[in-house]
Write a new protein. Sequence first.
Length: 334
Amino acid sequence: MSQRILVTGGTGYIGSNTAVELLSAGHEVEILDNLYNSKIEVLDEIEQITGKKPKFHQVDLLDEAGVTRVFKEGNFDAVIHFAGYKAVGESVDKPLEYYENNVTGTLHLLKAMRETGVKKIIFSSSATVYGVQESPEYVETMQTGGHLSNPYGRTKYFIEEILKDYSVADPEFQVCLLRYFNPVGAHPAGLLGDDPNGIPNNLMPFIMRVANGHLPELKIFGDDYPTEDGTCRRDYIHVVDLAKGHMAALDHLKPGVSIYNLGSGKPTSVKEIVTAFERARGEELPKSIAPRRSGDLPEFWANPAKAKAELNWQTELDIDDVMRDTLAYIAKHA
Ligand code: WQD
């Protein structure tokens, strides 16, 4: 049954790919974004893929009146909330801006939802909320919020706690917390790739910038970790699989708080990622070993069993699919 969905951060990497899946499933989509870390041209790419261009609101979540106005006009059934600053390193240098933008912005969003009777929200959370755990395989029952290494991760944790508290205050409220691992890849049309404004933070955007000549070489942050090849291992998930996880979450929303890991369940090392990219490209990537990056954990990955059991969702695309789609994106956005 078609629903009216507001996607905050919907011109961003994961938000735009989720908007495509929502539109393709027949839902009506509107996007709220301040374009701080995305480009308005993404709306055209969404239209190229789906034939539909979502109504766009260039609104900052810190503009409480503006957010409320969008909701008063929108008649939304649900919200998928992606909007937020997400650079781990930057959050250490700018904690006040991260707490204001991510946490206060979310409070404005929730107050606008309350004022207009919107009772369903899917929140873009992160594996970061697990902090340091005994086991590198994360399950949803693990304690969160301990030993978080940066303000960014703490904003995600605080927002999860705010949503839990609000669902107690309003028993009709339906919350799904989706904890992403490492989103990578692009839409197979070679569109909607991970292309942040400014200097990237994550591995794949760096690889893309080196491949298209915008950066001289890839620096591998440490090869002396206690892993098989000495580089860190992460659970990389194709962004289209991740977007489909949001569709599954939307279809299973219910009162209270549901929490799911969205990951493949299979860790891949930095060297394996680089090798897979070089194999797909048919050419070596300029690279060198650099010192470890502070805050990096040697390895962690998702136990995705709960999403499989309750959402009937699991990843279907693999690292080679990621590299194929990433190269298609680079070819269209050189
Ligand atoms: C992956 C691996 C780096 C860049 C972060 C956030 C997390 C989530 C995903 C939002 C690490 C190595 C990286 C480079 C490298 N984001 N690397 N050279 O740190 O696992 O997770 O992004 O929710 O919250 O913490 O991802 O892509 O930054 O790093 O060697 O130029 O690649 O050291 O081992 P990370 P990442």
